[in-house]
Design a binder for this molecule. Structure first.
Ligand SMILES: [Zn+2]
Length: 457
C-alpha cells in the first residue's frame, strides 16, 4: 500500500484537474500539480524512483527536442511519460508523472521524457535522478527572471555535479561546453564544418572564454555564439560523437546525413536541425533501433505556431513565435528569404510569462528589415512604443512604421491591405493572435496551410 498522503495526492490531483478543466480555465495541470505537491511533497521523488528519466533543458528547442524523442519512442513502440503540454515547471512535471501512476502509486511506464525549464533544473535534480540530461543551448531569454546567464549556468552545473546522469551536450555552444568539466559521462552532438551555412548576424552571447576571459576565436559560426570556437588557454569545442555531415532542403523539411546515414526531418527552420541532432543522440545512446529513429524523425511535424500560414482574403498570413534574439534573428532571415513584398506586425508584451525586461529587443537585428520588400511594419502589444523606438534606431523609414498597441486593431489594419503579412508575437500575444487569425480565416472560408515551408539552405 502506498502512504496515505501519496494516495490522497494522486486522487486530489486527478479530481482538481478534472474540475478545473470543466471550468475551462486551462490551468488544470499547474494547480493540480501544486496541490498534489502540498499534500505529499515527496510525490515526484517517489513516482520517478523506478523510472528512466530523460531530462531536456536549455533556452531554445526543449519542446521540439522532447517531442522528437517522444515520437521516436512511439515509432519504437516504447511507452513513455511526457510533459507534452509544455508545462516544464515542477507542478506540470509532477502532474505528468501522476497521470501515468495508478492509485497505488505504481507507474505504468518505465521511461519518462521531461522538458525542464532551465531555472527549474535546480529543484528538479533534488527530486529526480535522470538517466540522461540533454543541454541544447543557452541564449539570453527572460533575464529578469533568471538573473545573469553565467549565474544560471553555474547553478545548473552545481546541481548536476551531484547527479549520476549521462550528459548529452551541444558541442557547438561554448556556454554548454562549460559542463564538460563535470565528471559525468558525456557525449556531444554538433554540426560539421561544411554541412550548413547560416547567415552572419551580430548577436553573440558568449564571446569570451569562460575559463580565462580572453575573446573566443571562431573558425566557423552557425548562429548566435554557436560554431567552432577555441581559446589560447585550451578551452575549445569538443569533437562530437554524433555529427551532422550534410543537410539538404527537402519538400517538407530536410534530408540530413548524420554519421554517414541518411535521415529525413519533416520540420522547417534550421534551428530544428539541432533539436533533431539532440533527439537522435539520445535515441542512439539508449540503443533504440535505427529504423525507429528514422521513422520518428520523419513522421514528426509541428502545428504549434512555427511559421503557420493562413489564407485570408487570398493573401498569405504567416504567424511565428519570437521570444529571444537568437530565434528572432533566424526568423528575420527567413522572412527576408521570402522574395515577395510583405508587411510585418510585431507584437511585444511584457507580462510575467514574457519576462518584464524587454531590453533584449536591442539584440535583435531589426536593421535587416531595412529593405524594399518590407513595405510596412506595425508595432503592437503593451510595449508597442518600445518597438517603434527600436525601429527608429534601426533606421527603418519613419513612413513605414505604424504604432497600434491594440492587438486586434493591429491585425484588422494588416488584413485590410489584403497582402502578404508576417505576424511575429512574443509569448503571451501568440495565442490571441492565432485565435483571432483563425476566426478571421473561418469567416473568410479559406483553408489553413499549416507548416508552410519558409526554409533556407
Ligand atoms: Zn580561455
Amino acid at each position: 500500500m502506498p502512504a496515505i498522503n501519496t494516495y490522497m495526492a494522486i486522487l486530489t490531483n486527478r479530481g482538481v484537474k478534472k474540475f478545473i478543466q470543466l471550468m475551462h480555465q486551462g490551468q488544470g495541470n499547474t494547480i493540480s500539480g501544486e496541490l498534489a505537491r502540498m499534500i505529499d511533497p515527496r510525490i515526484l521523488k517517489k513516482l520517478s524512483k523506478t523510472m528512466n528519466v530523460i531530462a531536456v533543458t536549455g533556452t531554445n528547442g526543449k519542446t521540439t527536442t522532447c517531442n522528437l524523442i517522444s515520437n521516436i519512442f512511439k515509432s519504437g513502440h516504447i511507452p513513455s511519460v511526457h510533459n507534452s503540454l509544455g508545462n516544464n515547471l515542477m507542478s506540470g512535471i509532477t502532474t505528468a508523472f501522476i497521470d501515468d501512476a495508478g492509485l497505488n502509486g505504481k507507474m505504468k511506464d518505465k521511461w519518462a521524457i521531461v522538458e525542464v525549464d532551465e531555472a527549474t533544473m535546480i529543484p528538479f535534480l533534488k527530486e529526480i535522478t535522470p538517466k540522461i540530461i540533454v543541454i541544447n543551448n543557452f541564449f539570453r531569454d527572460q533575464l529578469d527572471r533568471y538573473g545573469e546567464i553565467d549565474l544560471l549556468i553555474e547553478k545548473i552545473y552545481k546541481a548536476i555535479e551531484n547527479v549520476d546522469a549521462k550528459l548529452v551536450l551541444n558541442a557547438d555552444d561554448p556556454f554548454v561546453n562549460r559542463f564538460s568539466d563535470l565528471k559525468n559521462e558525456k557525449i556531444y552532438f554538433g554540426i560539421g564544418p561544411d554541412a550548413i551555412h547560416f547567415e552572419k548576424n551580430s548577436m553573440a552571447d558568449s564571446k569570451y572564454c569562460p575559463h580565462c576571459g580572453r575573446p573566443l576565436q571562431y573558425s566557423h559560426t552557425f548562429y548566435g555564439q554557436l560554431g567552432y570556437y577555441s581559446c589560447e588557454c585550451g578551452f575549445k569545442r569538443h569533437d562530437p560523437k554524433f555529427e551532422l555531415e550534410n543537410v539538404r532542403k527537402a519538400d517538407h523539411g530536410y534530408e540530413m546525413t548524420i554519421n554517414q546515414s541518411d535521415y529525413t526531418l519533416s520540420l522547417s527552420g534550421v534551428h530544428n536541425i539541432y533539436n533533431a541532432l539532440a533527439a537522435f543522440s539520445v535515441a542512439q545512446e539508449i540503443r533504440i533501433p535505427v529504423e525507429a529513429i528514422r521513422e520518428g524523425l520523419e513522421t514528426y511535424s509541428v502545428k504549434n505556431g512555427r511559421m503557420t500560414t493562413y489564407m485570408i482574403n487570398h493573401a498569405r498570413q504567416v504567424l511565428n513565435l519570437v521570444k529571444n534574439p537568437a530565434g528572432y534573428n533566424i526568423t528575420i532571415s527567413e522572412v527576408n528569404d521570402d522574395p515577395q513584398k510583405k508587411q510585418i506586425v510585431l507584437f511585444l508584451n511584457d507580462f510575467e510569462a514574457d519576462g518584464e525586461d524587454i531590453s533584449w529587443i536591442w539584440d535583435v537585428d531589426f536593421e535587416k528589415f531595412r529593405n524594399e520588400n518590407v513595405w510596412q511594419i506595425i508595432c503592437s502589444g503593451t510595449r508597442a512604443y518600445d518597438l517603434a523606438i527600436r525601429m527608429k534606431y534601426a533606421e527603418i523609414e519613419e513612413g513605414k512604421v505604424r504604432i497600434i498597441p491594440d492587438l486586434k486593431k493591429a491585425i484588422d489594419q494588416a488584413l485590410d491591405s489584403k497582402s502578404l503579412t508576417y505576424y511575429l508575437p512574443n509569448y503571451t500575444p501568440l495565442e490571441h493572435v492565432r485565435s483571432y487569425l483563425e476566426q478571421k480565416m473561418q469567416s473568410d472560408h479559406s483553408f489553413p496551410v499549416t507548416e508552410k515551408r519558409m526554409v533556407r539552405n
